[in-house]
Write a protein that binds this ligand. Structure first.
Ligand code: AGP
Length: 606
């Protein structure tokens, strides 16, 4: 999720652009850049404030564009930082989003002799628009004809060398807002970047482009049809805006889950193709074909995602998977051989215990892979190959959208391993199709959050809670308990339900509620037996149940309903509901879920 700000007016642009970028830093960034014709193209991986020092002279330009980057294509590096220049500096462009067919567009341009300075999809877009302009189209014709060929998402701002003072912008699936001042104007990826200057804004709708000068703005469709749009006044403050109006980052990020699931499967899975495209694993496909043992390592939620991955790969691929906590694996001499592979799961890519395990495994000559969210992070750069989750920056300390994309990532990896190892089954095909429909089901779960919040009100008073599940829901019991611990400070324990008789049942009484994850799957009847055991001891029960399960209401004190789905995906929907439950309990206890006491977002120490 990158940040964009552009300015045109009477004031010197550079300092205004840098101030605007600094308001966007919450969106996460690994590099930043600014372009004005007078000051040139200034880019850095040392933070937004380092840009001013790069200006060769006292800044003088009165219009330009700027960008903070959250890498999706191409590692964080100056050469990949935006703005990107097109050939012959015909134009400069900044982009937020993912151009899914950028490789096709790049191949077309390469065939015409284009060379590229970066690995990004955004630079390809700049070249493509400039090529259409060189072919004799006007600026807006070149812009619209190019964007009509694009698949994916974009929010862009660009300036043409032949049209100084004019900002061009366009949006599809990635917001663009125009700020209107007195003899000056802005374009940005969100209003937090400009509301300190003006609260009069106009939003582009998907499929529109805009031409913005200090005095006027024009909005058109890609078919060049004029769209009139009167400015609105922003009433929220910057903090509220950076959360897109949500009360907390955790809530905002839970609501991003359907989008980030689609972002993680985009370009990798399709109805038409039976194969999975995971470019980051291509170079190690031979090793994956021959692998006899996969070891997964992670910490916290990432470890529980690994447990889900272990079960999933075991059942779909028939491959044994060992799972280790990073904080344990690093001290054990992990047997590594040519036929064993380590897969590190990590959102931040900076977790010290996970990194140490990767390094130890590499030292023994083993192949290391990553399932990582932050592009270019230490673990992403340390492993031999890997798959990125596309969750975008996760600000809330409690992992929500990142955790779900780790589960989806394991789904993609399981399908890829099956393909490489010649495993075929109807189960694999139905799972692939189910993964593609997951965003819709996730949206449905979000639509039910008020009912989850109502249930949560009854449980904020308890000091303890047990979470139980079986098979692929067992990892969600651990993860659900972790969420509740993290954000509400209630002592919560996750347990495989089959273990109840081996001890935990002794804890149960009317002061010790149980969250039973019991979707209609192959172990449902076993879960019903656990629920009945608990009820017999007067333990309060919340049951996570599948729509239509008529027995749920009679067995549980409260029911959290989830849609019926593929057996391997109902646990994913359940975990979303448990995130909402933990969030609601935290609020009921007056705790800010974004900043739980004693915790940090990335544990870079042992
Ligand atoms: C999860 O809600 C926690 N924030 C924590 O357990 C986290 O998952 C763990 O620290 C691992 O972090 P990583 O994914 O960045 O490696």
């Amino acid at each position: 999720m990158c940040g964009i700000i552009a300015y045109t007016g009477e004031r010197v642009a550079l300092p205004l652009l840098i101030t605007g970028l600094s308001k966007l830093e919450y969106r996460g960034y690994d590099s930043a850049g600014v372009y004005t014709p007078e000051d040139g193209l200034l880019r850095s991986t040392d933070g937004v404030q380092s840009l001013a020092a790069l200006a060769p002279n006292a800044p003088s330009g009165t219009f330009g564009i700027a960008h903070t980057r959250w890498a999706t294509h191409g590692a964080p590096a100056v050469r990949n930082a935006h703005p990107h220049a097109a050939q012959n500096n015909i134009l400069h462009l900044v982009h937020n989003g993912i151009i899914e067919n950028y490789q096709d567009l790049k191949d077309e341009l390469s065939a015409l002799g284009h060379t590229f300075a970066s690995d990004t999809d955004s630079e390809v877009l700049a070249h493509y628009i400039a090529t259409a302009y060189e072919a004799g189209l006007t600026t807006t014709e070149a812009l619209a004809s190019t964007l009509s060929k694009v698949r994916g998402t974009y929010g862009i701002a660009l300036v043409f060398a032949d049209d100084p003072g004019t900002l061009y912008a366009a949006a599809l699936g990635s917001p663009i807002v125009i700020g209107i001042g007195e003899h000056e104007a802005w374009v940005a990826s969100d209003a937090t970047a400009l509301i300190h200057e003006t609260k009069r804004v106009v939003y582009l709708e998907d499929g529109e482009y805009a031409i913005v000068t200090p005095e006027t703005y024009t909005i058109k469709t890609l078919g060049h049809i004029d769209k009139t749009r009167t400015p609105q006044t922003v009433t929220q403050n910057a903090e509220e805006l950076s959360k897109h109006g949500y009360a907390h980052y955790m809530l905002k990020e839970m609501h991003e889950i359907p989008t980030v699931i689609a972002d993680t499967t985009r370009g990798r899975l399709s109805e038409m193709r039976s194969t999975v495209k995971l470019g980051g694993l291509e170079e190690v496909r031979r090793e994956l074909e021959r692998m006899e043992r996969l070891m997964v390592v992670g910490c916290g939620s990432a470890y529980y995602a690994g447990l889900y991955g272990k079960y999933l790969i075991g059942s779909l691929v028939g491959l044994p998977v060992d799972l280790e906590l990073g904080s344990e694996a690093r001290y054990r001499s992990i047997p590594a051989s040519r036929s064993s592979v380590l897969l590190a799961v990590t959102q931040s890519g900076e977790t010290a215990d996970t990194l140490a395990s990767v390094k130890a495994f590499k030292e023994h000559g083993g192949l290391t892979l990553g399932l990582v969210n932050v592009v270019g992070s230490t673990i992403a750069r340390t492993v031999d190959a890997g798959v990125y989750t596309h969750a975008g920056p996760e600000i809330g300390v409690a992992s929500t959208k990142a955790f779900v994309t780790q589960l989806v990532g394991f789904g993609l990896i399981a399908l890829k391993l099956a393909e490489l190892r010649g495993v075929t089954s109807t189960e694999l095909l139905s799972f692939k199709d189910a993964l593609l429909s997951l965003p819709t089901l996730a949206t449905e779960v979000l639509a039910r959050s008020e009912r989850v919040e109502a249930v949560a009100q009854h449980y904020a008073k308890y000091a303890h809670m047990l979470y139980i599940g079986r098979s692929l829901s067992a990892p969600m019991a651990y993860e659900g308990a972790l969420k509740l611990k993290e954000v509400s400070y209630i002592h919560a324990e996750g347990y495989p339900a089959g273990e109840m008789k081996h001890g935990p049942l002794a804890m149960i009484d009317d002061a010790f509620p149980t969250m039973a994850i019991a979707p209609r799957d192959s172990v449902y009847e076993k879960m019903i037996s656990n629920i009945q055991e608990i009820k017999a001891r007067k333990g309060p029960i919340i049951m996570v149940a599948t729509d239509g399960d008529y027995r749920a209401e009679e067995m549980a004190d409260h029911v959290i309903w989830i849609p019926k789905a593929h057996e391997a995906l109902m646990p994913v929907l359940a975990t979303m509901a448990l995130q909402q439950f933990a969030y609601a309990v935290a609020l009921a206890k007056g705790i800010n879920p974004d900043r739980p006491r004693n915790l940090a977002k990335s544990v870079t120490v042992e």
